[in-house]
Ligand binder design. Structure first.
Ligand code: 3PG
Ligand code: MG
Length: 376
């Protein structure tokens, strides 16, 4: 299989060896700098434990946020280091990789510094495996390398969507931008029985169908692309109704503006910010009849309680579906967690962008690099 990469068992005996572990500890931080959700840290523990029990000395590394190549105290690794110490005391953690411009530039001198003194490399950073950055693609060219347990589990679950998924296979996509998801939509159209579209990106599709969208988010330069996808004759399910906010309303301030349920045409100045109840019921039907479901991206601005219902309905439907269910993206994961449903899906991916890119291309730069490792 194209995605076959060396596993932990394929490493030379790690006992007494120094292992560089690339993890994705890019966790959401609150305003006070504390960790809001430690899923990504906990998800790396099986790999860390395996390595420590095998007698390895583990040095972990990760990026945190987007500090743009220079030190920025807001993105220091301290809160991660502290949480990691509570969970897995035997691990060293390097400072934020993106404090050095060499990380994102995939600079070979930076790679050499990372691997200096290390014997083996393990990539468990699924959420960053779509980035051809130094710590992802550099070490496997230099050290015997392996995928960690999390990376392997992600590839297996997402790979199942690409190889013989049970049908009907329904993808539910939300989030702000069509431009971010165009590639994955095209790839999915070849594989799924229906794509259900909500979130900010549905308005560009609705405009392509000739509806008025008021002040809703529309990517004018993507209308033609949306029309082309709609004309391709595949099943793209769009909302039949929306929840919209009047021109004087402010997102996140429920004391402002008026909220109305509208059909597909939105008057001047109004902004569609969630799918409506009719759409929520239709989307739920699609999910309930599916045998494979992929969900990525919220249906509306769910941080504002007025525009939460669509995302909550989809989360509930996905959690209750009699299907193999895969959910990706931080917002979808957060919605599930908030509803207490995170344990009710088959696979909750730790990577949003990475999971979509894997579905689009069937591969990721981090996986390709592991296949070139000296022990592969
Ligand atoms: C993520 O959170 O999506 C990953 O950690 C990758 O981060 P990036 O989008 O800043 O590269
Ligand atoms: Mg991201």
């Amino acid at each position: 299989m194209a995605n076959k990469v060396p596993q932990l068992e394929d490493l030379p005996d790690p006992a007494g060896q120094r292992v560089l572990l690339r993890a994705d500890f890019n966790v959401p931080l609150g305003h006070d700098g504390t960790i809001v959700d430690d899923l990504r840290i906990r998800s790396a523990l099986p790999t860390i434990r395996w390595l420590v029990e095998a007698g390895a000395h583990v040095t972990a590394c990760s990026h945190l946020g987007r500090p743009k190549g220079k030190p920025d105290p807001r993105y220091a690794m301290d809160p991660v280091r502290q949480r990691l110490a509570e969970l897995a005391p035997e691990v060293e953690l390097l400072e934020n990789l993106r404090f050095d411009p060499g990380e994102e530039a995939n600079d070979s001198a930076f790679v050499e510094r990372l691997v200096a003194g290390q014997d083996l490399y393990v990539n468990d950073a699924f959420g960053a495996a779509h980035r051809a950055h130094a710590s992802i693609v550099g070490p496997p060219a230099r050290l015997p390398s392996a995928a960690g347990r999390l990376l392997a589990r992600e590839v297996e679950a997402l790979g199942a969507l690409l190889e013989n998924p049970a049908r009907p296979f329904v993808a539910v996509l939300g989030g702000a931008k069509v431009s971010d998801k165009l590639g994955v939509i095209e790839a999915l159209l070849e594989r799924v029985d229906a794509i259900v579209v909500g979130g900010g990106m549905c308005f560009t599709f609705l405009q392509a169908l000739g509806h008025t969208t008021g002040d809703s988010m529309v990517e004018a330069d993507q209308v033609d692309n949306c029309r082309r996808l709609l004309d391709a004759g595949k099943r793209i399910v769009l909302p039949s109704d929306v929840v919209a906010l009047s021109p004087d309303g402010k997102i996140g301030d429920p004391a402002t503006g008026e909220v109305r349920q509208l059909g597909r045409n939105i008057p001047d100045g109004w902004r569609g910010l969630d799918i409506g109840p009719g759409s929520a019921a239709e989307f739920t039907d699609e999910i309930e009849t599916a045998r494979t479901v992929l969900w990525n991206g919220p249906m509306g601005v769910f941080e504002d309680p007025r525009f939460k219902a669509g995302t909550a309905a989809v989360a509930q439907a996905v959690a209750g579906a009699r299907a193999f269910t895969v959910v990706g993206g931080g917002d979808s994961a957060a919605a599930l967690a908030e509803l207490g449903l995170a344990g009710d899906v088959d696979h909750l991916s730790t990577g949003g962008g990475a999971s979509l890119e894997f579905i689009e291309n069937g591969d990721l730069p981090g996986l390709a690099a592991l296949r070139e490792a000296p022990n592969a």
